[in-house]
Design a protein around this ligand. Structure first.
Ligand code: FAD
Length: 518
């Protein structure tokens, strides 16, 4: 017999090794020896009150063996001589589109401008140390896309768009920890992601798929409202039948190309702001109500904040406890910051994007002449501003949080995890009012919600500009572009995802849609 129970455990009890068995037995009124196994289904921490509680949902096996099976079987087929589906971009959307094609009996041919995960590492080092950005291989471009050297948080709000559990089980199948199937806020960590991505590559190649690295798609050759061929690296052409376009939100050249060829793209609302960095112990002490170090059984604390300011949302985005701020620009001449953390989340700093919603229909009157690309041009300008005010390298402009809110230049900055370094800048006067004034009020409100958050021990770092795509590539109910019958816009670049999991789910959906039209 199997019974599911909810169990609450205090910090002290969590140290007892068979506490789940003991508590399950008491809850079910059975003898401890009748329990043959326990499977944790869900684990979360409730730290709202000083007495911290671990909430568990467990399946209790009573005189029954615990099975080892997963809910999903991945039925990959030999697709060496199957019909091809061309997939542009090998981020989460492209990877999951390719895997789904193989399950459905089609051959994915992936074109990826960047390098494989190993070779990509050298280019990341060059950004951090030499301030040089390889425009095809960086934190956003390369094998695994923006998801590889990301934080690897697997939260998604888009539960309706697909089956989250299926995505998680596939990550576990490819080497991610089973813990992601249990945790309320699953996280893989930047140190573990490259291996998972590499395993996905091997599955695709082993079953007969193709992956072409350092192959940038530079043109679409159209005939009768369909893509007949794609141009690679500005040279050779490759004939195609169905194209899944999963190039992510940083592939500006793709947006320009579509616009130039009069293939419809639309302006989309998005969000921009800064990244704030606190010492982790400050966030721990606020969230865990402690004065010294957090208890060793507790993970680095996180937070999620939102405040409405003058009709626009100001909110925390991609919060990375125990993490690093990283340079996420995709071209020289711009500075973009983002965040990541290792699986143990054991770095000394907590960072988070704090961004302001931008309504492209109301907020950018001076950019109207750019039409569908107005949000993109606004985003570009902010990134250039960060580049010049940082000192024309990957050094980022920064200010103490309290100085930013109170409108004065900082005389010095707090230590940081951002490797290229920080330059003191008057972000309070440099950022457009639309963003800067809302951020200042937002931070004050956050200080009210989390006592101790508003502190001179925090820095803000500019700019956090790639939270979501400022452009949407439209698609119909069949997921094809309304003008181009064999083009399937996919993932974050199309405007259909906002993170690893939702991009992966959209990749699967696009693979199903594209293979369905043969
Ligand atoms: P992308 O991952 O952007 O992939 C697009 C791919 O297309 C890239 O590999 C690119 O090289 C390729 N490409 C672009 N143009 C071309 C072309 N012309 N020809 C060929 N290939 C091309 N999300 C989370 O859910 N959790 C997190 O913790 C998280 N942390 C992040 C941390 C960092 C530092 C960054 C940068 C992002 C983070 N994200 C996180 C966001 C997440 O990575 C993206 O939402 C996700 O990767 C989007 O997936 P995608 O496949 O749609 O696009």
């Amino acid at each position: 017999m199997i019974k599911e129970v909810q169990i609450r455990i205090t910090l002290k009890e969590e140290e007892i090794s068979d506490i789940l068995v003991l508590k399950s037995a008491i809850k079910l009124g059975i003898d401890k020896s009748d329990i043959t196994g326990i499977k944790i289904l869900r684990k979360s921490i409730d730290a709202r009150k000083p007495k911290i509680i671990f909430n568990y949902k467990v399946a209790v096996y009573i005189r029954e063996v615990v099975p080892k099976t997963s809910e999903y079987q991945f039925d990959y087929k030999d697709i060496n001589s199957a019909k091809p589906i061309h997939i542009i971009g090998f981020g989460p959307a492209g990877m999951y589109a390719a895997l789904r094609c193989i399950e459905l009996g089609f051959k994915p041919i992936v074109l990826e401008r960047g390098k494989n995960v190993q070779d990509r590492r050298r280019d990341l080092r060059a950004i951090n140390q030499d301030h040089f950005i390889n425009e095809d291989s960086n934190y956003c471009f390369g094998e695994g896309g923006a998801g590889t050297y990301s934080d690897g948080k697997l939260y998604t709000r888009s539960l309706k768009r697909g089956d989250v559990r299926r995505i998680f089980e596939n990550l576990v199948f490819h080497g991610a920890t089973e813990q992601i199937l249990i945790d309320a806020h699953p996280h893989i960590g930047t140190n573990k992601l490259p291996k998972v991505v590499q395993n996905i590559r091997e599955t695709i190649l082993n079953y007969g798929g193709e992956i072409h690295f350092e192959t940038r798609v530079t043109d679409f050759i159209l005939k009768n409202s369909a893509i007949q061929a794609i141009q690679l690296n500005g040279e050779e052409e490759m004939s195609v039948e169905k194209v899944i376009l999963a190039t992510g939100h940083s592939a500006r050249d793709i947006f320009y190309l579509l616009h130039k060829k009069q293939i419809a793209v639309e302006a989309k609302s998005f969000a921009m702001g800064v990244r704030v960095e606190h010492p982790q112990h400050i966030i721990d002490s606020i969230q865990y109500h402690c004065s010294g170090e957090r208890h060793e059984l507790l993970p680095a604390a996180s937070y999620s904040l939102v405040q409405q300011v003058n009709d626009r949302g100001v909110y925390s985005f991609c919060m990375c406890p125990g993490g690093f701020i990283v340079p996420a620009a995709t071209a020289n001449g711009e500075v973009v910051v983002n965040g990541m953390s290792p699986s143990k989340r054991n770095n000394l700093y907590a960072n988070s994007g704090i961004v302001v919603e931008i309504d492209v229909n109301k907020d950018l009157p001076k950019y109207e002449h750019f039409g569908a690309l107005k949000g993109l041009e606004y985003q570009k300008n902010l990134e250039k501003l960060a580049f010049t005010s940082g000192g024309r390298s990957q050094v980022a402009p920064a200010q103490r949080l309290t100085d930013f809110v109170e409108g004065r230049l900082s005389s010095n900055l707090n230590p940081t995890s951002y490797q290229p370094g920080l330059n003191i800048a008057p972000l309070h006067s440099l950022l457009p009012k639309l963003i800067g004034s809302r951020l200042r009020k937002g931070f004050q409100a956050f200080g009210q919600k989390m006592k101790g958050y508003y502190t001179e021990e925090a820095n803000i770092v500019g700019v956090e500009s790639r939270t979501s795509s400022p452009v949407c590539i439209p698609r119909t109910e069949t997921l094809a572009h309304p003008q181009i019958s064999n083009l399937f816009p996919c993932g974050e670049g199309g405007g259909y995802a906002g993170g690893i999991v939702s991009a992966a789910m959209d990749g699967e959906r696009c693979a199903e849609a594209a293979t369905n039209t043969f």
